[in-house]
Design a protein around this ligand. Structure first.
Ligand code: 5GP
Ligand code: ZN
Length: 112
């Protein structure tokens, strides 16, 4: 279910434009608007849940699907030499958009 106040739900619905690189029934991957690496993608489940800790069984199934798809998507987008995945949970970790998302960072040699 989508959340009408959520930025990423609006992107999923196409109400806010994004540079999509992959989409299927359960997930969307698009370019981060303020990239922190040469390649910076965001993978989001199409069902709204704010935090990893709020995921239910459907959420975990979507997350599993996302993790399965990511290596191929990363490779197709210039991260063949490696990539980093980040999930920020909560304010203290710097989460700014309360819709679970996996950052995919790569396209260059990454420092820590
Ligand atoms: P967080 O800090 O919540 O882990 O990550 C949110 C990410 O969303 C940030 O890296 C930020 O640059 C990205 N972001 C915020 N607003 C937009 C937007 O309107 N479009 C896109 N493509 N990315 C966004
Ligand atoms: Zn949402």
């Amino acid at each position: 279910m989508l959340n009408c106040d959520c930025l990423f739900c609006k992107i999923i619905e196409g109400k806010i434009p994004s540079a999509k690189v992959y989409e299927d029934d359960d997930m969307l991957v698009f370019k981060d608007i303020a990239p922190k690496a040469k390649v910076h993608l965001l993978a989001v489940p199409k069902t709204h849940f704010a935090l990893l800790s709020e995921a239910d069984e459907e959420g975990y199934a979507m997350l599993s699907h996302i993790l399965k798809k990511i290596p191929g998507i990363a490779r197709a987008n210039g991260c063949g030499n490696g990539f980093r995945l980040v999930i920020n949970q909560g304010e203290a970790a710097g989460q700014t958009v309360p819709h679970l998302h996996v950052h995919i960072l790569g396209g260059e040699t990454l420092g820590w």
